[in-house]
Design a protein around this ligand. Structure first.
Ligand code: GRF
Length: 189
């Protein structure tokens, strides 16, 4: 039997992508083990999701540390799991070069816009304000620049006149939950 691949998921919030990834792996019985979920936020609901599925969950919530120190601590913990892939799913810290270098092309992020348009926060409202005709999500390799790095996949849809920031968020989330697990499968299995 093929050895299972190890992934570590980094979160800061609700964890709906985490849940979609866990469910997909379970449904398809993929040879992927989520060895750890690590949150930068002690109150992240994603920690509850990890516990529901008996996945070891850790908090590295060093609000007082510089980003460099934070990344150093994070790297020590992540390294201990020897991940084949590191999945950012709503993780709100910027990774440093020191963190990324040992995992070149092994760190993925998902972002709720069609990058390179709309990096950063509040993407759905900004898309509406600019009267864009389409919207979607992007999965990309992580670099030291926020929401940057080589694009692996994009999923898009046309915006309708009735769309609001909330409806766009729901439409994007649906695409994210379908696309992210499939890309992870493609890259590690
Ligand atoms: C997603 O919209 C993702 O694109 C962005 O952060 C959000 C995370 O949502 N990077 P969740 O925590 O997975 O529900």
């Amino acid at each position: 039997m093929k050895a299972k691949k190890n992934i570590v998921v980094l979160i800061s919030g609700y964890g709906s992508n985490l849940k979609a990834i866990i469910e997909y792996i379970k449904e398809k019985s993929l040879p992927i083990n989520i060895s750890a979920v690590i949150s930068s936020n002690n109150n992240a609901y994603g920690l509850t999701i990890a516990k529901q599925y008996a996945i070891p969950a850790y908090v590295i919530d060093d609000a007082d540390l510089s980003n460099k120190e934070y990344n150093h601590n994070l790297l020590q913990v992540v390294k201990s799991f020897s991940p084949d892939l590191i999945i950012l799913a709503g993780f709100m810290r910027i990774l440093t070069k020191q963190f990324i270098t040992p995992y070149d092309n092994k760190i993925l992020n998902i972002h709720p816009s069609l990058l390179p348009k709309y990096p950063g926060l509040n993407t759905h409202q900004r898309v509406l304000d600019n009267k864009e005709v389409e919207h979607g999500c992007t999965i990309h390799y992580v670099t030291t620049k926020l929401d940057d790095g080589p694009i692996i996949d994009q999923q898009k849809f046309l915006i309708t006149p009735n769309d609001t920031a909330e409806s766009l968020k729901l439409k994007v989330q649906k695409l994210e939950h379908e696309a992210y697990p499939k890309i992870i499968e493609r890259l590690v299995v």
